[in-house]
Design a protein around this ligand. Structure first.
Ligand code: G4P
Length: 533
């Protein structure tokens, strides 16, 4: 098969949701369709139960599961589908944000009872930054939830995106009858059944066609007719280009646990979701169809076995063909590397692969060469854009508890932050280390892993910072003055860029007014982030 055919075949995406909306259930149903698993229950939820948030065994279990389920590849309807898994727990949100840089589109799951939840909003912000095409699946229609029109308004308002229903629910909860597919003009009738496999679809030419009365009572038909008329009047006609540019999100309704509406979602997804296309690097745009291999690392996973220090770096192929045993250029280190056993993941099995294509994600065994964001090429000196770091929300100073293990601590902290467990900022003089995370759990992970993998022990001193802001300035002197004046509130990130630790939103505004030439950014990807002013 040619490179173009391989690209056209691939769909690489992530399923995202607020915890408990049904991401794991939906993933499992997709895998059942693809034949990648045979029985329900085979996909383990990678959620850490709230009650066990500081249980180390639970952390280890999470890490074990997340490597096994990092990428789930299967084929369906002639397409090669790569689902990239994202951790459910909010403390691992940064990991999810990075995974979103490696996908070509997203399916967002929303619980019809709870509507748009906090984590949903944040995840969508990341998708909006990159104009990632999004399909929304409103789940749990077998429950009494919000009114579907209210839900659509809420989606538009909170997620800052236009929506367009492609299917429409006929009642919900106890009286849920099924959905009418506005796109294909067919009726999918609901019977609660956790063991059902495929949708039972009835073709009708139109909701106004009276043959619909064979399947639904008059009351439901009359409501459906009014509501579909309203939809056609209020929402713009679905245009695939508007979906592909990330401006409009098509919406489907269903029930993942009952395998209802999943096939219709999957089939429409395969019809409209984009194959791998182009990616921006710092120097130019790279097209997936370019013959030379390029790719970037978006996730690093440490080996669970402490006797084997190697890690798995997950490389997303962006262009060309990747081949086993061929030398590739690591652009940050300016070094050529060869991989003897690159792995792909099918269901829960890992397999050594001979080749991989754009859109594929492969695991490379790594003895410490990779950091998140690293680019591999066939020699060209380029760096992919778009692996941003987001401002952490919790800050602690790392204090060494065992001076005889300083080297181990330094090494451990460097490696863990390269893996993206947390962000490290250095303060001078004295190399003071500030660790920033989005959740408390990361501090437990760091302490546990420093002890078990590096033999080092540490304490964390709480710091009362509100955000870390990356600094840029149109006036070099003003930036230098600011850095000098702010002293203990300045640190340097992994790329040695200056960062300001603000104590409060108010303090940030005051500083912005006092130093007007400075820009304070909440993500390291300055150009897309926009300023605070
Ligand atoms: P997550 O990965 O997004 O966190 O959610 P997950 O799929 O684990 O689903 C969360 C809970 O919602 C699960 O129940 C699951 O069974 C249930 N669920 C998923 N889809 C539907 C649906 O369409 N209708 C209804 N009524 N429930 C649904 P649980 O009690 O937390 O877990 P379990 O004991 O069922 O595994």
């Amino acid at each position: 098969m040619s490179l173009i055919e391989e690209i056209q075949k691939r769909r690489t995406f992530a399923i995202i949701s607020h915890p408990d909306a049904g991401k794991t259930t939906l993933t499992e149903k997709f895998l059942l369709f693809g034949g990648a698993i045979q029985t329900a229950g085979a996909v383990k939820s990678n959620k850490i139960k709230k009650s066990a948030s500081s249980d180390f065994m639970e952390i280890e279990r999470q890490r074990g599961i997340s490597v096994a389920t990092s990428v789930m590849a299967f084929s369906y309807g002639g397409k090669q589908i790569n689902i990239l898994d994202t951790p459910g727990h909010k403390d691992f949100a940064e990991d999810t944000y990075r995974t979103l840089t490696a996908v070509d589109s997203v399916i967002l799951v929303v619980d019809c009872v709870k509507g748009v939840e906090e984590q949903t909003e944040r995840l969508m912000e990341v998708c909006r930054m990159r104009n990632t095409p999004v399909i929304i699946f409103v789940n749990k229609m077998d429950r009494e939830g919000k009114d579907p029109f209210d839900l659509l308004d809420e989606l538009e308002e909170k997620l800052n995106i236009k929506v367009r229903p492609l299917s429409w629910p006929i009642s919900q909860g106890q009286t849920f009858q099924g959905v009418y597919n506005l796109y294909r003009k067919n009726l999918n009738l609901f019977k609660p059944d956790k063991t059902r496999i495929a949708d039972e679809v009835v073709k009708i030419s139109d909701v106004n066609d009276d043959s619909i009365l064979q399947f639904l009572s008059e009351k439901y038909v009359s409501n459906l007719r009014t509501e579909t008329e309203l939809i056609e009047g209020v929402y713009e006609t679905f245009k695939i280009e508007r979906y592909l540019s990330g401006e409009v999100a098509p919406v489907f309704f269903g029930s993942a646990i009952n395998n209802f509406g999943i096939q219709e979602l999957l089939e429409t997804f395969l019809e409209i979701a984009p194959p791998p296309s182009e990616r921006e690097a710092e120097s130019r745009v790279i097209h997936a169809s370019e013959p030379k291999m390029t790719g970037f690392v978006f996730k690093i996973h440490a080996n669970l076995d402490p006797n084997h220090r190697d890690r798995i770096a997950f490389l997303r192929i962006c262009s060309g063909k990747f081949e086993r045993n061929k030398f590739y250029h690591h652009t940050r280190l300016d070094k050529n590397l060869r991989f003897t056993s690159p792995a792909s993941f099918i269901g829960n099995d890992k397999q050594v692969i001979e080749e991989a294509w754009p859109g594929d994600v492969i695991g490379l065994f790594d003895s410490g060469n990779f950091k998140i964001g690293d680019t591999m090429t066939e020699g060209e000196d380029l760096f992919f854009k778009g692996i941003p770091s987001f401002s952490p929300e919790i800050f602690r100073e790392l204090v060494n508890r065992d001076p005889f293990k300083t080297k181990q601590l330094e090494k451990g902290v460097r490696q863990l932050t390269d893996e993206g467990v947390a962000q490290l900022f250095l303060q001078q003089p004295g190399n003071r280390k500030i660790i920033g995370t989005v959740g408390e759990l990361q501090f437990d992970v760091i302490r546990f892993r420093l002890e078990h993998e590096y033999g080092a022990s540490c304490d964390f001193m709480p710091l009362r910072f509100f955000k870390a802001c990356w600094l840029t300035s149109t006036d070099k002197k003003m930036l230098e003055d600011f850095i000098r004046v702010k002293g203990t509130q300045i640190g340097y990130d992994k790329d040695d860029h200056p960062v300001f630790f603000a104590e409060s939103e108010w303090a940030l505004r005051t500083n912005q007014n006092a130093f007007p030439a400075l820009s304070f950014h909440f993500t390291s990807e300055y150009k897309r982030a926009g300023n605070l002013t």
